[in-house]
Write a protein that binds this ligand. Structure first.
Ligand code: 1CP
Length: 355
């Protein structure tokens, strides 16, 4: 039976009838759904307290902590979705790659991957290696009731950048040098990463996640030509590998204004837009055929409330031009953001007439 094209009654709500999933499918909603990338994290005092003395990677493998940390922003802000608390490098670590998430830095890889032999040594992810991920998702779905859980994974390019550079990079120079100088090795590396990301996503959705997001955070560093030649086929392989699961697929990157249409064509249902391109322009670039997610500049969280409110309402209004709109920031919540301001943003979005 197909989803009815009417707003369902309030009785027996389910994640599949939630504003987030409906907006993702271009169906009418009572209000624009809203969640924030990095809504769980250092902006919340309760997060800082529970993480005290426990490493990031270790936290991600403990279902009690993952469940509590994922729920914290849902309770506090009343957002329309939970995002699974984990990290894009968790599947790599679970597969056996020697890496750590260093406080204040990000993922750091012990032995960077730069040659064909390095790629051949890269392990693959066995779903049996992450029973805790499935358990965390099951616990969360039971707690969340009608609120959907978004599962996620890193896209091959963004993961490859950490592996090739050995850690965070502003230029992705070694990564780009590798793709151009040794395309076979590059494609072999991305093929493995695509398989790992697909496995990580499948485990989350099969355990009950209602939507998924593929983070290609750093793809905006590439020209459209390089994106299409070296990256898009691998992201398409991840998104294609989970198409049969039937949940909405969000595809996001930072600074990807020139890539939006190609990111949609990679197999997304919703294209994430950062704050450098207006939603109006994004909808035009996407040809009106995808739902959009975004795109409040996180810097506006530090502006006076009337200024912030006006900007939030403008974005909700711009979103009406898309088949569906999920409100979000243009990138993650800054650690210094005032959590009460985020709660207020959720209220403003919910009070605005949706479509
Ligand atoms: O100890 C800590 O609190 C470390 C900070 C932190 C957190 C809270 C890191 C290290 N990762 C996370 C969680 C995380 N990472 C989530 C949780 C869910 C939520 O959004 O609430 C998600 C979705 C991610 C995904 C992630 N990790 C991305 C893609 C999203 C994005 O921000 O673009 C990327 C690029 C990473 C790598 C990473 N992990 C951590 C940091 C600081 C970084 C970025 C490092 C860099 O600048 O390259």
């Amino acid at each position: 039976m197909s989803t009815p094209d009417v707003i369902p009654p309030a009785a027996e709500p389910a994640p599949a009838d939630s504003a987030l999933v409906r907006a993702a499918r271009g169906l009418p909603v009572r209000h624009t759904p809203v969640w924030f990338m990095r809504q769980a994290g250092r902006s919340l005092p309760e997060y800082r307290a529970i993480r005290e003395g426990i490493g990031m990677l270790a936290s991600c493998r403990r279902p009690d902590l993952v469940t509590e940390i994922t729920l914290q922003p849902v309770r506090r802000h009343g957002v329309d979705a939970a995002i699974f608390f984990s990290d894009i490098v968790v599947p790599l670590a679970a597969a056996g790659v020697d890496l750590d998430i260093v406080p204040g830095v990000g993922p750091v890889v012990a032995a960077p991957i730069r040659t064909r032999a390095d790629v051949e040594r890269l392990p693959l992810l066995d779903p049996e290696a992450i029973p805790d991920i499935a358990e965390s998702v099951r616990l969360l779905v039971a707690e969340l009731g009608p609120t959907p859980l978004i599962g996620f994974a890193g896209a091959p390019f963004t993961l490859a950048s950490y592996l090739v550079e050995g850690g965070p990079s502003k230029t992705h120079a070694r990564t780009k040098a590798l793709m151009h100088s040794d395309p076979d090795t590059w494609h072999a590396l991305c093929g493995r990463l695509a398989a790992m990301s697909a496995t990580f996503l499948r485990v989350q959705v099969e355990a009950g996640a209602s939507a998924l997001q593929l983070f290609d955070s750093w793809a905006g560093a590439l020209s459209r030509e390089d994106y299409v030649r070296f990256v898009q086929p691998h992201s398409a392989s991840v998104l294609g590998a989970v198409a049969d699961l039937g949940v909405p697929r969000i595809h996001f990157g930072v600074g990807t204004g020139e890539l939006l249409a190609e990111m949609g064509r990679a197999g997304a249902d919703i294209v994430g837009v950062d704050y450098r391109v207006s939603l109006t322009d994004a909808v035009a670039r996407l040809g009106g055929s995808y739902a959009v997610q975004g795109n409040l500049d996180p810097a506006l969280l530090f502006a006076p409330m009337p200024v912030l409110r006006e900007r939030v309402l403008e974005i909700v209004a711009e979103g009406r031009a898309a088949p569906g709109h999920i409100f979000n920031l243009g990138h993650g919540v800054p650690p210094e953001a005032d959590p009460d301001v985020l709660t207020r943003v959720v209220e403003i979005v919910h009070e605005a007439a949706a479509r």
